[in-house]
Design a protein around this ligand. Structure first.
Ligand SMILES: Nc1ncnc2c1ncn2[C@@H]1O[C@H](COP(=O)(O)OP(=O)(O)OP(=O)(O)O)[C@@H](O)[C@H]1O
Length: 426
């Protein structure tokens, strides 16, 4: 699954703010100006209509990233900002609030422009604008996305435009629907997804160059590799920078076991043996390929074990529905592949089963994915259980390598010893 699809999926399944106790790191453009952060939305002196919108969305107080980002974004004169924090920490809500605050509704032209990597992501952001601006109906929103046919030369009256880079360029240059010189706030969302497409990267830079020097530039990203950082610096001159430090994932509270099997069928029977024990809580089962995942799901169902399958063949909406059912506890066991499950946080998962051990594309042990998979159990001090299925000398080597890498013992488990398993699962 590509990054844009992953990001969209994350948005569709997220029902609330990602729980976060991490520190925020702030690098100010002008270190002499006092650092200003807010603990309440009132302190921001938002327009009453917007404060109403914020509370209407069920937000009580600013999230970690919003505490620092909002005062900077709403400052006079406007400040440029690069903000990085993992998805679901409130970035979209923050820049939407900034756009809505800076708009002058009596001016019937585009003043705020936000670009997103895909059509679907642009629509998701638009929804947030609509929700948050619910009590501010004078402010209008237009979507610069493919399929939104516009007549050449007709001027856009909407104050906020959200779109994809190609269509935005067309609206500026070919169709002359808006005047780049009148843009006051420019937002580039999901920079890490944006640069995954070379064309988008070039288009974004072209757009940025057309904007006035004093236009406020804001850039957001969930990750911050060097390439994203380089791109960010080209888009945002003299930036303030806000980063959310990532939570360290550890394996301390997770008990790890392995089960010795001969082949895939053997692994399947071992799984059936422990099904009863693992369904005391919720479990995720990881397979190496879609094919194995659907085979396993089929076999489990035939045996009368209820399982859900999350697979790459499904469209985003179907995947979101499966994850939603799992999250609600309607499904106890979710069978999936690596790719599908990246970034999905389901807090109540307490058992992770590696039906296949994680390998990178060269077939070597993939420690990072291992941590990622089993790190989702044992969160917030809860205890977790990881069971690895080993079915060849090679997979035993992989297991040993993982054990060595994390310097944590992975114990042998006998799946015929039901008493033992019950004890562990409890
Ligand atoms: N201050 C807040 N209080 C409560 N909920 C909030 C707050 N800010 C945002 N949320 C909610 O948290 C969820 C994630 O927020 P948001 O989409 O803004 O995160 P994000 O960092 O932009 O994520 P992504 O990287 O996927 O774009 C949304 O459901 C949003 O409505």
């Amino acid at each position: 699954m590509d990054r844009a699809a992953q990001s969209l999926l994350n948005k569709l399944i997220r029902s609330n703010l990602v729980n976060n106790t991490n520190q925020v790191e702030v690098l100010q453009r002008d270190p002499n100006s006092p650092l200003y952060s807010v603990k309440t939305f009132e302190e921001l002196r938002l327009k009453p209509q917007l404060l109403q919108g914020v509370y209407g969305m069920g937000f009580n107080r600013p999230s970690k990233i919003q505490e620092n980002a909002l005062p900077m974004m709403l400052a006079e004169p406007p400040q440029n900002l690069i903000a990085q924090s993992q998805s679901g920490t409130g970035k979209t809500a923050a820049f939407v609030l900034a756009m809505l605050s800076h708009v002058n509704p009596t001016n019937k032209w585009t003043q705020c422009l936000c670009i997103s990597p895909t059509y679907e992501l642009a629509l998701q952001t638009g929804k947030v604008v609509e929700q948050m601006g619910r009590f501010y109906p004078e402010v209008k929103l237009a979507y610069a996305v493919r399929g939104n046919k516009m007549e050449r030369g007709s001027k856009i009256q909407e104050q906020i435009v959200i779109g994809t880079p190609g269509t935005v360029l067309d609206w500026f240059l070919k169709l002359k629907l808006m005047d780049p010189k009148k843009i006051r706030v420019f937002v580039l969302d999901e920079a890490d997804v944006m640069i995954a497409t070379q064309g988008h990267q070039d288009q974004s830079i072209r757009i940025q160059r057309m904007l006035p020097k004093d236009c406020q530039m804001l850039l957001f990203s969930a990750t911050f590799e060097d390439s994203v950082w380089k791109f960010a610096e080209r888009i945002v001159p003299d930036p303030n920078v806000i980063k959310l430090k990532r939570e360290e994932e550890t394996l301390d509270t997770i008990k790890q076991y392995y089960v010795l099997c001969n082949n895939k069928e053997d692994k399947f029977s071992a799984l059936c043996n422990i099904y009863g024990a693992i369904t005391i809580a919720q479990a995720m089962i990881f397979c190496h390929t879609r094919k194995i995942a659907s085979w396993l799901a089929g076999q489990m169902s035939k045996e009368g074990h209820q399982v859900a399958l999350l697979s790459g063949e499904m469209v985003i909406e179907q995947r979101a529905a499966v994850i939603e059912r799992f999250r609600e506890g309607k499904e106890k066991v979710l069978i999936t592949t690596n790719v599908c499950a990246r970034g999905i946080d389901v807090e109540q998962v307490s058992v992770v089963i590696n039906f296949d051990l994680p390998l990178d594309k060269d077939g070597n042990p993939d420690n990072e994915t291992y941590l990622h998979r089993i790190g989702r159990t044992g969160r917030f001090g809860k205890r977790g259980l990881a069971i690895n299925m080993v079915d060849s000398d090679h997979s035993m080597d992989v297991l040993k390598a993982i054990e060595k890498h994390f310097n944590k013992k992975i114990l042998k488990l006998d799946t015929d010893d039901l008493d033992e398993i019950e004890k562990i699962a409890n």
